[in-house]
Design a protein around this ligand. Structure first.
Ligand SMILES: [Zn+2]
Length: 242
């Protein structure tokens, strides 16, 4: 029984390592989300810059058109005979020029905006790249941690066979049967008075007596192997079921 308990302690460590191995890669998931968010942020900024550029181009085209219009009016001026017509033409030229001036002001404002935007985009790029590098570093740490956990577990697994060999085959079979139903936790637990410390259920007096006499029993409620802690000489306090 002592050997079996030793085997169990080893198996519990292997179980804990396996759990850690399955938990570690999950830490990387949150980094994937973070990476995606950063990429979207950068995209957003780039799109904003593009929108400004598009507006600027459209206004510049308007200006060109208006300038063409002014040129056309200018050419018409010498051909006009009546004074009212001449005045009307001048008036239109004036209106076009005012519109051009307004649009040129807007272009200047957009150019300033674009310049600010580009400077910010550059800052963002540096900052985001820094954050992405940090994430890569942390992911590499996680991979390293995982590799260590796997190595530790493999070392423990190598220790298992020699220990298992020293356990009575019948006990070992009962022990392993427990794990066909459950993947983790303790398969061997102490009898505390007449209580199974695995499930806290009361055992029949006959079963208790037989265990105290050295016979092997499994708990009829939870299926765990029961042992008499006094006979094994182990402190039961730290051997409660998980
Ligand atoms: Zn039980």
């Amino acid at each position: 029984m002592k050997n079996l308990l030793q085997l169990q302690e080893l198996d519990l460590r292997i179980q804990a390592d396996r759990k850690r191995e399955s938990e570690i890669p999950k830490q990387k998931n949150k980094f994937d989300v973070q990476k995606q968010r950063l990429r979207e942020e950068l995209n957003e900024r780039e799109e904003a810059a593009k929108r400004i550029l598009i507006e600027q181009r459209a206004i510049e085209q308007d200006i060109e058109q208006l300038q063409g219009q002014v040129q056309k009016y200018d050419q018409q001026l010498p051909t006009v005979k009546r004074n009212e017509e001449y005045q009307a033409l001048l008036h239109q030229i004036d209106a076009c020029k005012r519109e051009i001036a307004q649009k040129e002001e807007r272009v200047l404002a957009l150019m300033q905006q674009l310049e600010d935007n580009r400077a910010r985009l550059e800052e963002d790029r540096v900052r985001i790249q820094g954050e992405l590098d940090e994430i890569d570093r942390e992911c590499a740490e996680i991979d390293k941690e995982l590799a260590i956990a796997v190595e530790e577990r493999k070392k423990l697994e190598q220790q298992r066979a020699p220990i298992a060999k020293q356990v009575e085959p019948q006990l070992l079979a009962l022990y392993e049967r427990f794990y066909t139903r459950r993947s983790s936790g303790r398969a061997v637990v102490a009898l505390r008075g007449d209580i199974c410390s695995g499930c806290n259920m009361k055992m029949r007096p006959q079963v208790v007596n037989e265990i105290l006499a050295g016979k092997t029993h499994t708990c009829s409620h939870c299926g765990r192997l029961l042992y008499d802690a006094d006979a094994v000489g182990l402190d039961t306090a730290d051997l409660s079921a998980e």
